[in-house]
Write a protein that binds this ligand. Structure first.
Ligand SMILES: [Zn+2]
Length: 86
């Protein structure tokens, strides 16, 4: 089964974001290495954080968004050409 839950998931998120109190941090340091659920939570959180940081500087939109934009661009001139007879 996937989708395992852990009571310390919030701790793992805080750990990944370096936003824990010292006592929580000590708890996370003990727990996260022993818990696959929290390890994947830490990884997912770090990926999201990296995505937020990278999105600002990223010049190329994600592939699905790019495909949508291209589709829109392709459709728009045709409609205009259709509407204006001359
Ligand atoms: Zn855990």
């Amino acid at each position: 089964m996937n989708g395992q839950q852990c009571a310390h998931e919030e701790l793992a998120v805080g750990w990944a974001m370096h936003s824990l109190e010292p006592d929580e941090e000590a708890l996370a340091r003990d727990h996260v290495p022993t818990c696959p659920t929290c390890q994947s939570t830490v990884q997912a959180t770090q990926e999201v954080l990296a995505g937020i940081g990278g999105a600002v500087r990223q010049e190329q939109p994600p592939p699905h968004l790019r495909a949508r934009l291209l589709e829109q661009i392709e459709h728009t001139p045709r409609e205009i050409a259709h509407r204006s007879p001359r």
